[in-house]
Design a protein around this ligand. Structure first.
Ligand SMILES: [Zn+2]
Length: 271
């Protein structure tokens, strides 16, 4: 399987660009003729957006970028994923989605590369229990990771992020369409954003733990109403592995649960 994939990549269409000081070299690979034009367009897109995203998250002093970012289309079941300095995109999803939608997927994954948060090491072998316990306490939550990725994508790239959610009195989303797929999905499932959230049996949490575009809206509201630097502060904590639940009280003098309740109240009042 690997050999076949390797050969396909070796034959693939390559779009190299020269590296600049703040921009990695972007290499896009696809062996699918239907995606050649789209793949070629991803080079200037990522060249333009990598430094923009770095400025949004880190200000004028971002970490050094990697020398090269590789983007490959494959048969992955999910639309996109980021791994190290690579982005993997689903061939099928890229063909199916409207171009702007799928560019948003690319930007979301590119944000993950700029975030470059420490990731847990793989835990196995004799010390697995100690390893898992250590990691439970030393890595920031996924909902913030994904929330920041969508905050950047939908605030700055598509311009569709809003500082309030459209909610009915039961705390369910209303009035969204497929142009914001994540919110539309939660709306279709009549998911309450008040409720405890327990994906796949994980300990129940709060609505903000839906992450992605839900958290993106919450972050924009926090930025407008509580602290203009909130996203950069959270990003710095995540990047340095210093995120703790108490960070909210230190920064904003309220727990994340209290802030979320205030955000939901404001969202309901507005609609
Ligand atoms: Zn993501």
């Amino acid at each position: 399987m690997y050999a076949v994939l390797h050969m396909r990549l070796a034959l693939a269409f390559l779009v190299p660009m020269l590296a600049t000081g703040t921009t990695p070299r972007i290499v896009v690979q696809t062996s699918d003729p239907e995606l050649t034009v789209f793949a070629r367009e991803l080079v200037p897109l990522c060249e333009e957006w990598y430094p923009k995203i770095a400025e949004i998250l880190y200000g004028s002093n971002p970490p050094n970028p990697p020398a090269e970012i590789r983007i490959a289309f494959d048969e992955a079941g999910i639309a996109g994923r980021a791994e190290g300095n690579e982005i993997h995109l689903s061939t099928a999803e890229a063909k199916r989605s409207a171009k702007l939608d799928f560019r948003a997927v690319v930007i979301h994954e590119l944000v993950h590369l700029v975030q470059s948060y420490p990731v847990p090491a793989r835990c196995d072998g004799l010390r697995i229990v100690g390893c898992l316990l250590t990691q439970r306490h030393h890595f920031g939550p996924t909902w913030i990771n994904e929330g920041i990725a969508d905050y950047v994508t939908y605030t700055f790239f598509t311009g569709t992020n809003r500082p309030l959610l459209r909610l009915n009195s039961n705390g369910q989303l209303q009035g969204y369409d497929e142009s914001i797929p994540y919110l539309y999905g939660l709306q279709s499932n009549k998911t309450s954003l008040h409720d405890a959230y327990a994906p796949r049996g994980v300990k129940a949490g709060k609505g903000y733990q839906h992450g992605y575009t839900v958290t993106a809206s919450f972050l924009l509201w926090l930025e407008r109403n509580k602290d203009k630097q909130i996203v950069r502060k959270l990003n710095a904590a995540m990047r340095t592995n210093s995120y703790r639940d108490g960070i909210w009280r230190q920064m904003l003098l309220a727990s994340v649960d209290q802030l979320w309740a205030e955000f939901l109240g404001a969202s309901k009042q507005a609609h």
